[in-house]
Design a protein around this ligand. Structure first.
Ligand code: G6P
Length: 475
């Protein structure tokens, strides 16, 4: 096997699952990375290296619905130490503003190093001469460096799908320098936001000691690495088409019927993650009912929480907290056949998501910190009648583009209550004006545009800087 474009990500776009008849099958993987990168792979006929979930080993490369997939196995200890541990209990909270407390364990780091090494070796094995390898996300930050050592002929890109923290937080990491050096194996390091790219360049200058100029980093081996923002997006036209389809339209009507045809449906769809601000938004909604601003006969909040990282302690705690809160709110303010919150702990296929987006009058996206948030963009793409209101956290990357949303600070419950009420009571003209503007933005900056700008930049002339730079200092 030899591929001209290799995508390397922790997860494959499909998860291995057991079907009802006991046989093995595949289901779409959760999260924004897969939503965004899958259409890119499809359009470019590349090969995707990643973990199919579970502990099965010796899975052969296979094709699935036109995608070439190379499964990487992980044993139970690696899942615990590399995936649940270092990736999701160390890096994830640090990169998300310490919304939860990170844990530091040396064994977790060792597992991170060895799994990264293995992913890099696999990419090196299957990439054709001079191929492009595009490495994705925080689980694989050491892959670019290992890969460059193994295969200096490759063009290597890296893209981070989550925020990159300011130096003040990043430097808590005992392995901060190794991670920066790992990323510097790439020719191009892409981030969601310009601030994240600037944080990275500053850290490289301070912690590794390389010379930098704006978004360029000059390495002692003569290479120039660029670090820049490429805000990610969705397949906007694909989502709109799906939303316009007859089955989705019918399903949206059926959802409204099943909810008792309330005047206003509020909707939240998130992975069940503590960065998403689910607890705070449900509280804000329930207080509006308590205060008499909303009535359960007329308004309902549908919250879909997609199961995620269920064995990580902080996620277990969150699940219990949300279960309790939903039970309490419904017990306190619900009436027979009229719960205030319709809570679904499950994941849905794209068609059902599109139907929910069509059915909802107010979409509520309130993360404490989020690299981009593609759910907000999906909602906008599905509102082809230019109706529907979006309440969006200032701390989601998407807020930089979707300026016409009702922007909120999720730490400010009263502010969030006012925004929810305003969005709910806004007149049609106002809602349309805002939605139209946001739809224009999304249609111009879709995922094809994102991939194209990254790939064009990566394929561009890579110059050796020819500057005299000092060897790096040790810190
Ligand atoms: C986010 C991350 C992805 C991750 C996804 C789902 O979108 O950026 O890298 O794959 O969440 O999380 P999981 O831990 O289930 O892969």
């Amino acid at each position: 096997m030899s591929a001209d474009l290799v995508i390397v990500a922790n997860r494959l776009p499909v998860d291995r699952v057991e079907l009802d008849d006991g046989s093995a099958g595949w289901r779409g993987s959760p999260g924004g990375l897969v939503t965004a990168v899958e259409p890119v792979l499809r359009a470019n006929d590349g090969t995707w290296v990643g973990w199919p979930g579970g502990t099965e080993s010796d899975l052969d490369p296979f094709d699935h619905e036109g995608l070439h997939l190379v499964p990487m196995s992980m044993n139970a200890q690696e899942i615990q130490e590399f995936y649940e541990g270092f990736s999701n209990a160390t890096i994830w909270p640090i990169y998300h503003d310490l919304v939860a407390k990170p844990e530091f364990h040396r064994e977790w780091w060792d597992a991170y190093v060895s799994v990264n090494q293995r992913f890099a070796e696999k990419a090196a094995e299957i990439a054709a001469k001079g191929a492009t390898v595009w490495v994705h996300d925080y689980q694989l930050q050491l892959v670019p460096q290992v890969l460059r050592e193994l295969r200096p002929d490759l063009r290597i890109g890296f893209y981070l799908h989550i925020p990159f923290p300011p130096a003040e937080l990043f430097q808590q990491l005992p392995w901060r320098r190794q991670i920066l050096e790992g990323l510097l194996g790439a020719d191009l390091v892409g981030f969601q936001m310009p601030g994240a790219a600037a944080n990275f360049v500053r850290l490289v200058r301070q912690r590794v000691g390389h010379k930098t100029h704006r978004d360029l980093i000059y390495l002692p081996d003569g290479r120039t690495v660029r670090a820049a923002a490429f805000p990610i997006s969705i397949d906007a036209a694909g989502f709109e088409e799906l939303a316009q389809s007859e089955p989705v339209g019918k399903r949206a009507t059926a959802i409204r019927d099943a909810l008792g045809n309330p005047t206003k449906i509020f909707l939240g769809i998130d992975r069940l993650d503590y960065t998403k601000g689910i607890y705070a938004r449900l509280r804000a909604f329930s207080e509006l009912i308590n205060d008499g601003h909303l009535d359960v006969e007329e308004a309902v909040f549908v919250q879909v929480a997609v199961p995620s990282r269920e064995r990580v302690e902080q996620y277990k705690i969150l699940r219990d907290d949300i279960d309790r809160l939903v039970g309490r709110i419904n017990g306190d303010v619900g009436r027979i056949g009229r719960p205030a919150i319709s809570y679904l702990h499950t994941s849905y296929p794209r068609e059902e998501m599109a139907a929910l987006y069509r059915a909802a009058d107010i979409m509520v996206v309130t993360p404490y910190r989020d690299g981009m948030n593609l759910v907000a963009k999906e909602y906008v793409a599905c509102r082809f009648h230019n109706d529907g209101a979006l309440v969006l956290s200032e701390f989601a990357g998407a807020a930089a583009e979707l300026r016409q949303a009702w922007l909120v600070n999720p730490y400010d419950i009263n502010g969030m209550k006012s925004a929810l009420l305003e969005a709910c009571q806004a007149d049609e003209k106002e809602v349309t004006r805002r939605m139209k503007a946001m739809r224009k933005t999304i249609s111009q900056h879709d995922v094809q545009a994102w991939a194209e700008s990254f790939m064009t930049e990566l394929a561009g002339d890579r110059f050796m800087h020819g500057k005299k730079v000092r060897p790096v200092k040790r810190s």
